[in-house]
Design a protein around this ligand. Structure first.
Ligand SMILES: Nc1ncnc2c1ncn2[C@@H]1O[C@H](COP(=O)(O)OP(=O)(O)OP(=O)(O)O)[C@@H](O)[C@H]1O
Ligand SMILES: [Mg+2]
Length: 308
């Protein structure tokens, strides 16, 4: 099977300093690859190198060293490009046009026949939730609506690989959810999606795998489950209706006990302990189970640990 995207030891230096004589390494030997049909997250704080990576992938920048293969071709190669859609970080448009006119124009740039352009523009605007507004001039659009026009533009050529630089930025919570659903729909339709974000909950809700960048280096990579596995495990059990004797007995089984109210306690189990025996002990001491929650690390914990 042909590969969707391979990034191999990608490195990018920019000129820096007043005279541009110094070099600033924005990206340092970053490698990852994408499998068909997955949603892949490029994560990292401001300045980590996310946009630089995406620009190198689509051929807007040239690497200092290392290489990129998009569908086994060099970035910028025409056949590879035709299968690729890109949402830039700050999309700006000629705002006297309506969304439909703009998208029909982009459809023309992609080589679509004149008779098909308006239909494709309308379809892609429906897909991003702008169908009802498609005849309004873009200058009347909100920031979130413009972001969706950018998404529509990225999808106009029905790309197999969709690259989105901060697709959720500028969107309210409902807009974010809609973009998340759109990304999952693209995945379900067999597209491959690569997106950058510094918002980890979005990545956690969407990605099969991620790379975390910090100061141009890949500091962590893999499936989200693997990145969060094996750290800060344990369970928190909350129980009520406990007698003082019951509390004393349960305290011996837990790593920590905290009183919430009369007869109601929160117990943190030791990392290696399963919750079932403790829950049985709660019942044996006449208590009632209120909740049992795993203290699994989130991607946020991994992120903070690596970038700070
Ligand atoms: N054209 C350029 N010339 C010089 N330096 C640049 C250029 N583009 C980016 N940089 C530098 O490269 C580093 C990485 O920037 P990049 O825009 O890739 O980060 P990012 O992860 O996308 O950040 P953000 O979350 O703010 O979008 C930064 O230190 C930035 O200042
Ligand atoms: Mg960026």
């Amino acid at each position: 099977m042909s590969s969707v995207l391979q990034v191999e030891r990608l490195t990018k230096d920019f000129a820096a300093g007043a005279l541009g004589r110094r070099r600033h390494r924005a990206l340092d030997a970053v490698s990852f690859d994408l499998t068909r049909g997955e949603v892949f997250g490029l994560l990292g704080p401001n300045g980590a190198g996310k946009t630089t990576t995406l620009k190198l992938i689509i051929g807007l920048l040239r690497p200092t060293s290392g290489r990129v293969l998009v569908f086994d071709r060099a970035p910028g190669d025409r056949a590879g490009r035709a299968a690729l859609g890109f949402l830039p970080e700050h999309p700006t448009f000629y705002d006297h046009l309506s969304a439909e006119e703009l998208l029909a124009y982009f459809a023309g740039l992609c080589g679509m026949a004149a008779g098909d352009r308006s239909r494709r523009a309308a379809a892609v605007l429906d897909e991003v939730g702008l169908g009802a507004d498609r005849r309004r001039p873009l200058r009347q659009y909100s920031k979130g609506m413009l972001q969706r026009v950018g998404l529509a533009q990225a999808l106009i050529n029905e790309p197999s690989l969709v690259i989105l630089d901060e697709p959720m930025s500028g969107l309210d919570p409902i807009g974010r959810r809609e973009v998340r659903e759109l990304i999952l729909r693209l995945r379900d339709a067999g597209r491959t999606v690569l997106f950058s974000s510094h918002i980890l909950s979005d990545a956690e809700a969407l990605c099969s795998r991620v790379v975390i960048l910090a100061k141009g280096r890949a500091v962590a990579a893999g499936a989200i489950g693997d990145l969060t596995a094996g750290r800060a495990g344990g369970w928190e059990i909350v129980a009520s209706d406990l007698s003082p004797a019951g509390v004393a007995a349960l305290q011996l089984l837990a790593a920590r006990a905290t009183r919430i109210a009369h007869g109601r306690y929160s117990f943190e189990l030791r990392e290696a302990d399963r919750p079932e025996p403790f829950i049985a002990a709660v019942a044996a001491h006449g208590g009632a189970l209120v909740s049992a929650a795993p203290l699994r690390a989130t991607l946020e914990d991994v992120f903070v640990e690596h970038v700070s």
